[in-house]
Ligand binder design. Structure first.
Ligand code: XBP
Ligand code: MG
Length: 252
């Protein structure tokens, strides 16, 4: 196992409720009578990328005007991003169990890491700056985000960008994801993926996943069940190495 590649939203932290609130606040601020309920947003999450999600929703309401709304969508999304950034900065949104522990363990072991997300760059800094420190970028060989590639997940582009930056083949890495789109993107890039769903993605299909777990666990929040191949009730490098060897065996 040569590197770990992390998705952000839903994986490093359960962020989509904060995103949903920011979208709704941006709609209100721009005088739109749109409101994305939890049920509607769960469906809209099938479209990766906030701007693409707004465009998709607008086309469903008013195909004619939506076609000419690029500038307006950019303006709404910029307001949403400002609101989201204020909501999650300062450590107000905690990382999921085991995320900080595993990143720290990998960094101390000198195992390269990257980020592969469809979210806007400022959102990653707002989320990680407090829990991982203001120099959090030094922990990652590459941070690939909405500014890195045009096509969003389930397209593999952002994962290919991360593999290119790492100088590694997909089968040498393990990806961490929360959604069917994310799993599809990692799988299309040839990267075995561990999925830790959230309430928004619990009903997605993860048949391609190396493993599906409620979260990565840690001593303070051990997983309810023992994990085959792991010494503890949380995911550590020793367990990941064993699981990764299994994928190489299967591939051979
Ligand atoms: C999840 C997404 C993002 C967020 C909203 O990204 O699809 O669009 O929902 O963020 P990830 P933006 O790949 O990290 O799961 O509004 O900045 O797109
Ligand atoms: Mg995600």
């Amino acid at each position: 196992m040569q590197a770990l590649i992390f998705d952000v939203d839903g994986t490093l932290a359960d962020t989509e409720s904060a995103h949903r609130a920011a979208f709704n606040a941006a709609f209100a601020e721009t005088g739109l009578d749109w409101h994305w309920s939890e049920a509607l947003y769960t469906r809209l999450l099938d479209v990766a990328g906030g701007k693409e999600r707004i465009a998709h929703y607008w086309r469903s309401l008013d195909p004619l005007h939506a076609a000419r709304s690029g500038e307006t969508i950019n303006r709404i999304h910029a307001i949403k991003t400002r609101i989201y950034e204020a909501q999650v900065s300062g450590g107000r949104l905690p990382l999921r169990p085991g995320v900080e522990r595993l990143i720290t363990e990998a960094a101390q072991a000198g195992l390269p890491m990257a980020i592969a997300t469809t979210t806007t760059p400022v959102n990653v800094d707002a989320l990680l700056r407090e829990p991982l420190g203001r120099n959090w970028r030094r922990l990652f060989a590459a941070v690939c985000d909405a500014g890195t590639t045009q096509r969003k997940k389930p397209a593999p582009d952002v994962y290919f960008a991360a593999l290119h930056a790492l100088g590694l083949p997909g089968y040498g890495c393990i990806a961490f994801e929360d959604s069917a789109n994310g799993l599809a993107a990692a799988s299309a890039a040839g990267i075995p993926a561990i999925v830790t769903p959230t309430a928004y993605t619990a009903l997605h299909s993860f048949s391609d996943a190396l493993l599906v777990l409620p979260h990565l666990g840690d001593p303070a929040h051990p997983l309810a069940q023992r994990i085959p191949g792991a010494d503890h009730r949380w995911v550590d490098l020793a367990a990941l190495t064993r699981w990764h060897e299994g994928t190489l065996f299967e591939a051979s």
